[in-house]
Ligand binder design. Structure first.
Ligand SMILES: NC(=O)c1ccc[n+]([C@@H]2O[C@H](COP(=O)([O-])OP(=O)(O)OC[C@H]3O[C@@H](n4cnc5c(N)ncnc54)[C@H](OP(=O)(O)O)[C@@H]3O)[C@@H](O)[C@H]2O)c1
Length: 295
């Protein structure tokens, strides 16, 4: 639905624009007729972005490099995967230019054990939220639970190779949320009025054990995928070199706390979007090729 916004609408700067959520936010904003600027810190990444987007090279660890992208922008979608050191300087610089910020955080305030395990990521998100709250910018905080797309990173290599999926805490329940629903909510709050002060915890519609999630993938592929429990220590040692130990510990603690209790499920995505959130089955069926041999 392009043309919903007048041509003098100030552009929205999307950080993390080449990432899982940001890339969909770019598309949803373009659909709504909103001019989009995309930030990337790798000059080669721009090729993945639509031609209509104004691509800016800038690095969140070098706050002054963001100046050209921020100048004249109306709002920012903030995704922080960089080290924390420059967060305060970046937020200050953003506040000097834009009226509105939508921050991709996590549900670290939600009183469910899965979200209540202390970890550095939650601390960083809380710090950035405090920095944003201390500015005059209108703000909306988006807090997805487990993203459905994690399944591709975690289980697709074994499934593509025809191997057993070996994973810790198969009985841990999560409610995977479709990245596209998270992005649709974020995009709406960036261009639609009425979301200032919004704090949105987004989950998928259904609590599923991790083993059941692998079962959903098996159904979509039409063949059996054997699942085998792995010990947390084995997971730690196999993850060495591929993920920071703080992230590995964060996941293990969260899964451990999620065994034997249903995952936290919200209706927020449906409430904001006015449509039912996509199920994990839907996400899998739309991404089945990524799990097939030769993908
Ligand atoms: N995975 C989950 O289940 C989950 C759940 C809740 C919340 N989250 C949060 O979601 C966020 C990650 O979102 P995502 O998965 O969409 O990201 P992602 O796919 O990991 O992509 C990260 C993005 O950040 C950009 N980036 C990295 N370093 C940068 C730098 N120094 N300067 C500028 N840009 C930089 C990258 O762009 P270029 O390389 O092009 O510069 C890329 O677009 C994290 O804060 C995470 O904690 C994740």
């Amino acid at each position: 639905m392009s043309g919903m916004h007048p041509t003098d609408t100030p552009p929205v700067l999307v950080t993390g624009a080449t990432g899982r959520i940001g890339r969909h936010v770019v598309d949803r904003l373009l659909d709504a007729g909103v001019p989009v600027r995309a930030l990337t810190h790798r000059s080669t990444a721009a090729v993945t972005l639509p031609a209509k987007v104004d691509v800016f090279t800038g690095d969140l660890t070098v706050p002054e490099s963001l100046e050209p992208a921020l100048k004249g922008a109306g709002a920012v979608f903030l995704v922080w995967t960089a080290p924390p050191r420059t967060a305060a300087a970046v937020v200050e610089r953003m506040a000097a230019h834009v009226r509105r910020v939508v921050f991709l955080s996590s549900p670290h305030r939600t009183p469910h054990p899965f979200f209540q395990q202390p970890n550095p990521m939650a601390e960083l998100h809380a710090d950035i939220e405090r920095l944003i709250a201390a500015t005059a910018m209108e703000r909306t905080i988006i807090r997805p639970g487990m993203l459905a797309s994690n399944a591709l990173a975690w289980w697709a290599p074994a499934i593509r190779a025809g191997e057993v999926v070996r994973w810790p805490y198969g009985a841990a329940e999560t409610a995977p949320v479709d990245d596209r629903d998270v992005a649709a909510v974020a995009a709406l709050t960036l261009h639609e009025k009425g979301h200032a002060g919004g704090d949105y915890v987004l989950t998928g519609p259904q609590s599923l054990t991790q083993a059941a999630q692998v079962g959903v993938i098996a159904d979509a592929l039409g063949h059996r995928i054997p699942f085998e429990e792995m010990t947390p220590d084995e997971f730690r040692s196999l993850s060495k070199g591929t993920a920071p130990s703080s992230v590995v510990d964060m996941l293990l603690d969260a899964w451990n706390a999620a065994v034997g209790r249903p995952a936290y499920v919200t209706t927020t995505a449906a409430d904001v979007l006015g449509t039912a959130p996509r199920t994990f089955r839907q996400w899998v069926s739309d991404h089945a090729t990524g799990f097939r041999k030769g993908a």
